[in-house]
Design a protein around this ligand. Structure first.
Ligand code: ADP
Ligand code: MG
Ligand code: MG
Ligand code: MG
Ligand code: MG
Ligand code: MG
Length: 675
């Protein structure tokens, strides 16, 4: 979560009444930023990760692992510690990490403290930074508390036993969510979070309803009708929803924002050379997002049951789905303006680059836009692709408005813009520069699940950053029909048991054709000239903007400008739009002439003149990606699932009991002794 504005939150009817005000001023604020940054370029690659943790309290005598609800105290303590460290070592203050609040009262978020630089040695320093952050957090917790990087807590919301520390089993106390399963104690009490929760429910007109298919084991009843749901509770108006069909048979039913926003992820943000580079990068990463979700899958259990999915995606999308029945297409439009196919939390709906390779046919899904916003942006001179992107974000209502923040200086604030932007939770986010700051245009990669160890978290961060460098150097794009990206995003989390190898994914031939072949020869195949840093630029570089940014922004990675082994681009053969299904292994490790995403990254790394030790570090990380895609190393989701299924107490009924959960989290904690 970004900055928490302070103040008095308005009720839902008051918020709704100010929606047009927020949207209008949000666009004014964006246009001021646009003007301020017009023509600016030359920003260096700076990047950073965000890691989210669940603080687990291990109660050995009870054999219980609970969620420790102490975020506020822990953050206060860490703030003092970080302050002390800065005083003691002012020269090192730049690398002292920061910790941030998150939705769950049992969560923490950490970032490196200052963005990481562009050199390969900076890249490999991220693991040490991540380990330092974890150590810092852990050493300021109680002896029985552990910050764990697990995506979903398997027993959040069970009704048979307490799952929090302190035990706040009472669920009668959450007017915001009206959940049958989680009380208000699990949500950060800062006004933003309960208000988000309550306003999503009010706007939607009912509680959110998340149904994840249950993993059917030999002793799981069929149909599975969850006996743990208090169907007949009568405390809140929403209580009858489960009984009246919101809870589907053969599914794990969840009814609150906490089930999704209480999951942990790994996000990477990087700064682009200029706005056009940010837009190209955004587009290139859109099809990569579902692939990385599948590779990092880490959440096979929800609300005390094993699920038939491996990742959080559909849970989190459902957990903030504020669309009304009209918007969801269940009733004809009468009070609302748009039919909206997706939740606010979902895959990207349109490509945004101002690039002739971004063809209309790839933007093949329904993408409603706010027409007033679109016309206004176009009239101001914003091109169609970007205007459409923003006009699409601006079909949404603001969810939280603080009365003190209604009137703002639009030249000096991006608050109204960010209000809409930061509640459009898509797989990739295009981040405009904040006001009064040197931070420039950035792109955020948001689909990955957090990994159990920092080695893995570092490996995936390094891979994504290197992939962006390779994309820029080779001028790649992976355009494919965005409907296929959407379909892969919603199905890729469902990859349990048969392991990831067998997951077939679609990818368009253009990907295949535009990737460089892995070829160490310095002679190009067709004799076209190479760019100043030794890389060939795309043969049909049809972008509207200069290709100079590529070399400029990657030059810093290129430690020796006389790089000896540039990787020539393959020639472009006739691309058609036939799609080809590939396994994760093929997508990452290649197939025939198609080098795979890792092949592209390898070609890039090989082209750099880097010292052996740094190269070895990078190889270690890339090897994890390679082996996991090949199915030789399992995902954390598979590891967790196998642990549960082979536990002596497991009854093959899909239930993750208190003892199994305790042993699982204990085993994850003990892993740290070994690594
Ligand atoms: P949010 O929650 O809004 O996504 P955070 O502030 O939690 O954002 O995290 C942003 C990440 O971006 C951090 O890792 C931070 O180090 C990194 N970062 C900060 N400044 C820059 C910059 N100029 N360019 C790229 N990344 C940056
Ligand atoms: Mg976060
Ligand atoms: Mg953050
Ligand atoms: Mg955020
Ligand atoms: Mg989160
Ligand atoms: Mg983020």
């Amino acid at each position: 979560m970004g900055l928490l504005s302070l103040g008095t939150p308005l009720s839902w009817p008051e918020t709704k009444a100010l929606a047009d005000h927020v949207r209008e001023h949000g666009i004014t604020q964006f246009l001021h930023t646009w003007d301020r940054w017009a023509g600016r370029k030359g920003e260096p690659l700076l990047w950073g990760d965000e890691i989210e943790y669940i603080v687990v309290s291990l109660l050995d005598e009870k054999k219980r692992a609970s969620l420790s609800l102490r975020q506020s105290e822990i953050l206060e303590e860490l703030k003092n510690v970080v302050g002390d460290l800065c005083d003691e070592q002012p020269e090192k203050s730049m690398v002292i990490p920061t910790f941030h609040p998150e939705y769950g009262m049992y969560m923490l978020e950490s970032t490196p403290g200052c963005p990481i630089g562009p050199h390969l040695k900076d890249l490999v320093s991220v693991e040490a930074n991540m380990r330092f952050r974890r150590k810092l957090a852990r050493s300021h917790l109680r002896p029985n508390e552990v910050p764990m990087t697990i995506t979903s807590f398997p027993r959040l919301g069970v009704t048979d036993k307490p799952f929090t520390d302190p035990e706040c089993m009472s669920v009668a106390d959450s007017p915001a969510s009206q959940s049958l399963f989680v009380g208000k104690g699990v949500t950060n009490p800062h006004a933003r979070f309960p208000t988000l929760t309550g306003n999503i429910r009010s706007r939607r007109g009912s509680k959110v309803a998340i149904n994840v298919p249950i993993y059917k084991d030999t002793n799981t009843p069929s149909p599975f009708v969850d006996p743990s749901i208090p169907y007949d509770r009568q405390l809140w108006p929403g209580d009858s929803e489960a009984k009246n069909g919101a809870a589907k048979p053969d599914h794990i039913y969840m009814d609150a924002m906490a089930f999704g926003m209480g999951c942990c992820c790994l996000q990477i943000t990087f700064q682009a050379f200029n706005v056009n580079e940010a837009r190209r990068m955004y587009d290139a990463l859109v099809p990569v997002a579902p692939i990385m979700l599948a590779l990092t899958a880490c959440s096979p259990a929800f609300r005390g049951y094993l699920a038939d999915v491996d990742a959080r995606w559909n849970v989190i999308a459902g957990s903030v789905d504020d669309r009304t029945e009209e918007e969801r297409g269940l009733k004809p439009l009468q009070h609302d303006k748009y039919r909206i196919p997706k939740s606010r939390y979902d895959s990207v709906d349109c490509y945004i680059a101002n690039d002739s390779r971004n063809k209309a046919k790839f933007n093949d899904i329904e993408c409603p836009i706010n027409d007033d916003v679109f016309q206004r942006l176009r009239a101001y001179g914003i091109d169609e692709a970007l205007a459409k992107h923003i006009a699409h974000l601006f079909i949404r209502d603001p969810l939280v408005i603080f009365s003190e923040r209604v009137d703002q200086d639009d030249e000096d604030s991006m608050d109204h813009f960010e209000n809409i932007q930061s509640t459009n939770w898509q797989t990739i986010r295009f981040k405009p520069p904040p006001p009064n700051s040197s931070i420039a245009w950035r792109v955020e990669f948001r689909s990955m699940e957090v990994q159990l160890t920092d080695f893995e978290n570092a490996a995936f961060s390094v891979f994504i950053v290197l992939l962006t460098r390779a994309i820029l150097s080779f001028n790649l794009n992976f355009y494919m029909p965005i409907s296929q990206v959407r379909d892969t995003q919603t199905t890729s989390p469902c990859s349990h048991v048969d392991n990831l190898l067998s997951r077939l994914m679609r990818i368009c031939n253009e990907l295949r054709n535009e990737m460089p072949r892995v070829n160490r020869s310095s002679t190009s195949e067709d004799g076209r000239s190479t760019s100043p840093n030794g890389f060939r630029t795309s043969s049909d570089s049809t972008e509207n903007n200069s290709s100079v940014p590529h070399s400029a922004s990657t030059a810093s990675f290129n430690l020796d400008s006389d790089s000896k082994c540039p990787s020539p681009m393959s020639s472009h053969f006739e691309a058609d739009d036939e799609t080809e299904e590939m396994s994760l292994d093929e997508l990452i490790n290649g197939k025939g002439e198609f080098p795979g995403l890792l092949g592209v990254v390898n070609a890039y790394v090989n082209s750099l003149n880097v010292d052996v030790s740094t190269k070895c570090d990078i190889r270690k990380y890339l090897n994890l990606i390679k082996e996991r895609a090949a199915g030789k190393l399992v995902t954390p989701a598979t590891w967790i699932r196998n642990f549960i299924i082979s536990h002596p107490e497991y009854r093959h009924d899909s239930v993750v009991s208190e003892v199994i959960n305790y042993d699982l989290l204990k085993a994850i904690d003990e892993m740290w002794v070994l690594i």
